[in-house]
Design a protein around this ligand. Structure first.
Ligand code: NDP
Length: 337
């Protein structure tokens, strides 16, 4: 029996297009000692994959190699195991997406956070690719550990209709904060309001600085940055003294053909004593357990919603990925395999 894998054929220039990603057929792997084979059922598509498709340093995440299978978070069912930790039928989360079958070492490929994780039965496994996984943790630690969210803070979040941004809106609003969100269409803006934002705007309607000033005439205290570029420039002007920025991502730069100019007003960080702090959720694995307890309660009671944009089959993944970068999604992008 054979299995398929997505492979990087060449490094995309600008937005990924046909011919950048291909597929190969390989035999379904056999597990060796301490190994397991998982039939993937869902895989996550993440903007960071675009960074990894370009060459460059692996300061952030290691670049994908040309001719090698792509990877990313996935969940699936164990179909063969020679590991004492995993049995056939178990649901597992792991980092070998972009393929129908994954051969995994029980000890994982490197850091502890990359070890295959046994998922509890009775919950949708794909929640672990979203609110109960790294996406959820990103929103949580970005607000709390990185931006030091405090009573009365007014929060601005970009990419607010996306997977991370949509959770940031809901968590901050649920904790009683005034939230302002930006997104790329009028429909998404309505969605962001429905998630609990007190104000939201479409960043295509004018200069982000003016739109933000209109939404928050007397400023913001926290900026959760998913976008970078003009959004970060605007937020730096809107931040009140002592404001904090959680630098989560800069999607406006990921497939830009030319370098996106950096904020010309970075000196505001000095003059207003602002804190700008970059982070990756995987720097906070110790926060995952408690966070999940809380988020699970919210999901089960329905007070946090979790929109998904779902595509079917591995063949749909390259197009789905280009759609994600172009803003074709609301909430988390998943591919059902
Ligand atoms: P999203 O679900 O938010 O999808 C990406 C969205 O970005 C698109 O839907 C689009 O929405 C928006 N977008 C694309 N281009 C632009 C642009 N030029 N200007 C403004 N918005 C744009 O993805 P995720 O929630 O998975 O990721 C959001 C951000 O968080 C990314 O920057 C990602 O790299 C980062 N991230 C960081 C992590 C960390 O540990 N630090 C972990 C996970 C994600 P629209 O229609 O609104 O334009």
């Amino acid at each position: 029996m054979s299995s398929r894998q997505g492979v990087l054929l060449r490094r995309p220039e600008g937005r990924p297009r046909e011919g950048d990603i291909g597929f190969v057929e390989v035999p379904v792997p056999e597990p060796g000692p301490g190994q397991l084979v998982v039939r993937n059922t869902w895989m996550s598509l993440d903007p960071s994959m675009r960074i990894r498709m370009s060459g460059g340093s692996d300061d952030y995440l290691p670049p994908f190699a040309i001719g090698e299978p792509l990877s990313g978070w996935a969940v699936g069912t164990v179909v063969a195991s020679r590991s004492t930790a995993f049995a056939e039928g178990d649901q597992v989360m792991h980092g070998s997406g972009w393929r129908d079958h994954a051969l995994l070492d029980e000890a994982g490929p490197g850091p502890e956070t990359m070890r295959p994780e046994l998922l509890p039965a009775g919950e949708p496994a794909r929640w672990y690719l979203g609110p109960l996984g790294w996406v959820g943790l990103t929103s949580w630690v970005g607000l709390h550990d990185v931006a030091s969210l405090a009573l009365g803070d007014r929060v601005f979040v970009s990419g607010a209709a996306g997977a991370v941004g949509g959770l940031v809106v809901q968590i901050a609003a649920r904790l009683g904060h005034e939230v302002i969100g930006s997104a790329g269409t009028a429909e998404k803006v309505a969605h962001v309001r429905a998630l609990g934002a007190s104000a939201a705007f479409c960043y295509r309607d004018g200069p982000v600085g003016s739109l933000l000033a209109e939404a928050a005439p007397d400023g913001i205290d926290v900026y959760f940055d998913n976008v970078g570029g003009d959004h970060l420039v605007a937020a730096l002007d809107a931040l009140r003294p002592g404001g904090r920025v959680a630098l989560c991502g800069a999607i406006s730069t990921y497939d830009a053909a030319d370098p996106v100019p950096g904020p010309p007003n970075l000196f505001n960080a000095v003059a207003r004593g602002l804190t700008l702090r970059g982070f990756m959720a995987r720097m906070y694995p110790h926060r995952l357990g408690k966070f999940r307890e809380r988020m699970r309660e919210w999901l089960v009671e329905g007070s946090v919603t979790y929109p998904e944009t779902i595509y079917n089959g591995l063949d749909a993944a390259p197009g789905a990925f280009a759609d994600l970068l172009a803003g074709g999604n609301v909430g988390k992008v998943l591919v059902e395999l």
